[in-house]
Design a protein around this ligand. Sequence first.
Ligand code: FAD
Ligand code: PHB
Length: 417
Amino acid sequence: MPGTTRTQVGIVGAGPAGLVLGRLLEREGIDAVVLEARSRDYVEHRLRAGVLEQGTADLLRALGVGDRMDREGLLHAGIELRFDGTGHRIPLADLTGGRHVMLYGQTEMVKDLIAARLESGAELRFEVEDVALHGLEGNAPSIGFRHEGVDHELRCDVVAGCDGFHGVSRGAVPADRLTVRSREYPFAWLGILADVAPSSEELVYTSHERGFALHSLRGPTKSRLYLQVDPGDDVEAWSDDRIWDELHLRMARDDDWVLHEGPVLEKGITPMRSFVAEPMRHGRLFLAGDAVHIVPPTGAKGLNLAVADVKVLGEALVAFLRGGDERGLDAYSATALRRVWRAEHFSWWMTSMLHQDPAAADDPFAVALQRAQLEYVCTSEAAATSLAENYVGLPWARRTLDAPMNRVPRRMREERG
Ligand code: FAD
Ligand code: PHB
């Protein structure tokens, strides 16, 4: 075949998972090729997440792609939970020994990673078509694809499936080898980007009887706002005026807080689901990020989990490809899934605490439980600390069940530091 080439790691997808993995391998001298179905412009402007855990931000710095993030991103030390017209601050940094989150758009992070990869000359192809994975169960997998009208075969030692929820990688695993656990939610998020300075310095998560609302931001001049809507809603049914009216109603506070309005630059509806497929490995295919798990966005975990996966995978690949040590690869799925399920639980919990389930609206018991949970998180240091340590991101290496808390009482605090 005219286009037959070889690399060590074939990476499918140039989202956060594929690009961070590519960068990690490049820094360790491992050869990789990144194949992306969309155009560069498309992936650099696809509006998504905005909250980076401290560990994610630290990793980007260590990979030499953190300079613009440090200049333009905003470090946040707390979030507000708002209900019954009152805001309650959760002091994330105070509760976690000084850990912060970084507000920096996924779009910007992706731009920085693409620029770094292209500058280094490492291979990254956009607009590839007909991607198909072959030979995953043997030692010589390959990726077939078409690029600029030419058919290619990329022979690899390992394939990394980083192609998101709708990619081809997960589907390349025989269905009877994957266990899928999932949950659909009876609501979706309508998100807007508005050309107006943020109305609050910190993120505001609001629980209201009309539904959840979130105030976030993208730098000093742009606000990012979300509303819980019906999953069947058409975005056209939400005029800008209707969106602002609803945001005012849900986010109203009893004091003089004001929500600033501005021109709506982008508008879209995102379904909410929880989804995990396991194991995250099939032969020489390793799945990472949204390709293998999805969280509802309430805990701001999706992008961070994708990065956490490839941190584990990248280190395992280096050990394997440099010295033939397969232990890291053998442990990859179990290691990554431990963090995945923690984030699944946290994201489900934040979602359940803050959204209105239409089916539970007439269930006074459910309403009272939800209210009790909110009050507990806002009044108990122990409960707020649990939220905070999950929100800023748990340490890469965490205690395991064979080191019970009563035997090492101080260790958790030390790990957090
Ligand atoms: P992706 O970012 O999906 O990247 C996968 C890449 O693979 C894409 O570039 C795609 O074009 C490419 N691809 C797909 N198929 C192929 C193929 N066959 N061949 C080659 N390439 C392929 N998380 C939050 O925390 N907060 C949010 O507000 C938030 N909003 C979101 C809104 C939407 C609409 C979506 C879909 C997700 C959102 N998320 C959010 C989740 C977060 O953005 C994801 O968890 C994160 O993008 C995962 O990164 P990834 O690299 O695993 O996957
Ligand atoms: C965002 O800024 O897009 C954002 C922030 C927090 C979330 C989800 C999305 O929980």
